[in-house]
Design a protein around this ligand. Structure first.
Ligand code: T1G
Length: 694
């Protein structure tokens, strides 16, 4: 049973015991009600303590049960809380570590709460696209007041328990042994005659509730454009303020049932689990011992190397930073310092912390200085010959067992590993620029990469707060291989009748942070040009529109040259449609004898997004990615795919693979249709009525 029941000199103790976070799944809910009922019928029991075993009081409802019959099977969480609140014997919630979501709602149904410091107290449901669905929108305002409660509910942000000491939330803070103090508290209140206090009976005092709620609505409107949940949180809170607790609970329930079905909530829950699932590698046991990483080496102090070094320094790990020339090393250090100074200016870092972090960096011009590093990451020029020099030297100087990682974004990691006598210690760690900001880290697994190396890198990724996704070895790994097809479609559509601004606007309206042409102008059009030139040699069958080459031949590399697909003005990062470039595009179609046509925004979005989905399906089939949610995590954390749509593969599921297949076949029959070789995985799943994530 997911709940233990014990008695201690007249006090019943109900302990949630459902690892890992005492999620309030059906068996836990049943166990609590059984414990409450048992205590009512035991004359020796004067009071009840409710607590959680392990690392949480409770992390809330069991999200894995959502959209399954269990989620609504009695006793629902509301029923459990009613049983707690309705107990004739006082219930004392003993809170530690985590009391979140339904876990906090459960505690608010108790008559008393005692808490250890350092516990995370939150109603984070809004982060899952829902809202507290077991009375939290009604009890929290009565425990903390309207403003503090509304802010906690709409933001979903945890508050440390000690910050709530002295409020009606906690009757006592416990520095010592939580259970012992909770038992003593229970004995005290158990000896008192009732009735015992109920949060629901308290008033929500606010001098101008209607005014504050309107202010809250205005504030939320700005940030919650694509998300319905924050608005519904306010609706439920307002209902309780205006018409009392029972009406508020009714409105809360209606809002919850509406939100839990929304695509936005499904996307946010998908991302929640996808983030955690990504760190699980199917054939690497979760208890694989990791290697100790106490010292890191970074080779290359350029944009990438500097950003990579910052990640580790931010996590408190010392970094030896190697460059070939003194001036490059000094430039690199100066850039790192400048980045930190910018953070200090924003008030997010103190000067003292800045100096402390800079002191963790040991600059060097010699490979020998990397001899004691446990992990060495190279971020040198993206050319196989240069990588060969680096890894040959690393093989000579790195200590046995050191992990040798390449930040390569396109080169074959197996070839790089073969430059060493220790291919089992070689792995790819593909950071995304700016490396100290972007959350995504593609961990590229070579054919010889050892399992403990992978386990170690996944742990290190968590330490430096990256979302790590394992990719097999192929050209472009997961993200760039898919974006290649996305860009091909974008370029073909220019030939066929669209212009850069229309394509960008259409996909940005869909939710992408930036369309392909603004993105290319930002990153530098010459980068894509170099990749296409390589592709023309290596994969001549992969046809591209030549329009992007024309642009680069004209030296229009983007923002860095003052013009690319768009025109730019000095000191202004806005992209202005460029008449000469638009005319060049139209002329190019004429040269090719293509009758330009009007391309709808819907077609633009379908061709761009389904190009990702189709390539993602092939990546899954080839085992380059082990699960569809990994592909979604790559796009959500590295490529600006809209979070509320959950990633390309989840989005395809929401459209229905039957419809995705039909659209792809339609585009395959159009000019440039040879680019569409539909993935077997789409056809099979569509025929079986399945999705990628079902
Ligand atoms: N349900 C199911 N599984 C959960 C879970 C949950 N609520 N919370 C965590 N897990 C799993 C997680 O997937 C992972 O699994 C393991 O626990 C450790 O998680 C009615 C409806 C609690 C702060 O939103 O914020 O209550 O990968 O790696 O870093 O109003 O988990 O090991 O198999 O994150 O120590 C509201 C979500 C639910 C809290 C712990 N509650 N969880 O962090 O561990 S909705 C939440 C967290 C609700 C009611 C509504 C964190 C944590 P695996 P972890 P952690």
């Amino acid at each position: 049973m997911a709940v233990d029941y014990t008695t201690h000199d007249g006090i019943a103790v109900i302990t949630l015991n459902n690892p890992p976070v005492n999620g309030l799944g059906l068996s836990t809910r049943m166990g609590i009600v059984e414990g409450i009922d048992r205590a009512q019928h035991d004359p020796a029991v004067k009071a009840i303590v409710l607590t959680g075993a392990g690392k949480a009081f409770s992390g809330g409802a069991d999200i894995t049960e959502f959209n399954t019959p269990k989620a609504f099977q009695e006793p629902t969480l509301a029923t459990v809380i009613k049983a707690v609140e309705g107990s004739a014997k006082p219930v004392v919630a003993a809170i530690h570590s985590v009391a979140m979501g339904g876990g906090l709602e459960l505690a608010l149904g108790a008559h008393y709460r005692v808490a250890a410091p350092g516990a995370q107290i939150a109603l984070p449901e809004v982060k899952l696209g829902i809202l507290p669905g077991a009375g939290g929108t009604q009890r929290l305002p009565r425990a903390l007041g309207l403003e503090a409660a509304l802010n906690m509910i709409v933001s979903g942000t945890p508050v440390m328990s000690e910050k709530l000491a002295g409020t009606p939330m906690f009757d006592q803070m416990v520095e010592g042994n939580l259970l012992e103090d909770a038992l003593a508290f229970a004995r005290k209140v158990g000896a008192q005659s009732g009735p015992h206090p109920k949060i629901r009976d308290r008033n929500i005092g606010h001098p101008n509730a209607a005014g504050f709620i309107q202010f809250a609505r205005n504030s939320v409107a700005g940030v919650a454009k694509q998300y319905p949940a924050p608005h519904k949180c306010i609706d439920a809170i307002e209902a309780g303020v205006l018409k009392g607790f029972d009406h508020g609970v009714k409105v809360e329930r209606e809002c919850f049932l509406a939100l839990v079905q929304t695509p936005e909530s499904k996307a946010l829950r998908h991302a929640f689990f996808g983030e955690r699932a990504a760190s699980k590698i199917p054939d690497v046991p979760s208890d694989t011992p990791a290697r100790n990483i106490d010292k890191v080496g970074v080779i290359g102090a350029g944009t990438m190397g500097g950003g990579i070094a910052m990640n580790f320094v931010n996590a408190g790990l010392p970094v030896t930073l190697l460059e070939m020339k003194q001036d490059a090393l000094e430039r690199g250090l100066a850039t790192i310092r400048k980045n930190y100074e910018a953070t200090v200016k924003k008030g997010k870092l103190t000067m003292e912390a800045l100096e402390q972090r800079m002191s963790l960096i040991t600059p060097t011009l010699t490979y020998e200085a990397l001899g004691d590093a446990d992990l060495i990451i190279e971020a040198v020029y993206e050319e196989l010959g240069v990588k060969e020099q680096v890894f040959t030297r690393l093989d000579e100087v790195a200590k046995p067992g050191a992990i040798l990682a390449s930040n390569t974004s396109t080169l074959d990691l197996n070839k790089i590993a073969a430059f060493t006598k220790r291919p089992q210690d070689v792995v790819g760690m593909h950071f995304f620029s700016p490396a100290n900001v972007m959350k995504l880290l593609e961990v590229v697994r070579g054919k010889d990469t050892a399992k403990d190396v992978l386990a170690t890198v996944m742990q290190v990724a968590k330490k430096i707060r990256k979302t790590a996704v394992v990719s097999g070895v192929c050209d472009g790994f997961i993200g760039n291989r898919m974006v290649e097809q996305y860009v091909r479609q974008a370029l073909f559509m220019l030939e066929e009748g669209a212009l850069p601004a229309q394509v960008d606007k259409a996909i940005e309206k869909f939710g992408f942070a930036m369309g392909p042409f603004r993105m290319s102008d930002l990153a530098g059009n010459d980068i894509g040009w170099a990749i296409r030139k390589r592709r023309y040699q290596e994969e001549p069958h992969m046809r591209y529109s030549k329009i992007a080459d024309r642009l680069c031949e004209a030296g229009r590399f983007g923002q860095k040259t003052g013009g690319g697909w768009y025109d730019y003005k000095a000191g202004d990062r806005n992209a202005y449609p460029s008449k000469p470039i638009d005319e060049m595009i139209v002329a190019h179609s004429k040269e090719l004898g293509i009758e330009r046509r009007k391309i709808s925004d819907d077609e633009i979005v379908e061709r761009l997004v389904f190009a990702l989905v189709n390539e993602g399906a092939k990546i899954l089939e080839e085992g380059i990615a082990s699960k569809a949610s990994d592909i979604d995590m790559v796009y959500l954390t590295g490529y600006g795919f809209p979070l509320w749509r959950g990633g390309p593969m989840l989005y395809a599921d929401s459209v229905g693979l039957y419809n995705v297949e039909r659209a792809i076949r339609r585009y395959a029959a159009q000019p440039n249709g040879d680019a569409w070789q539909i993935a077997a995985g789409i056809v099979e799943r569509a025929a079986q009525g399945r999705g990628f994530n079902s």
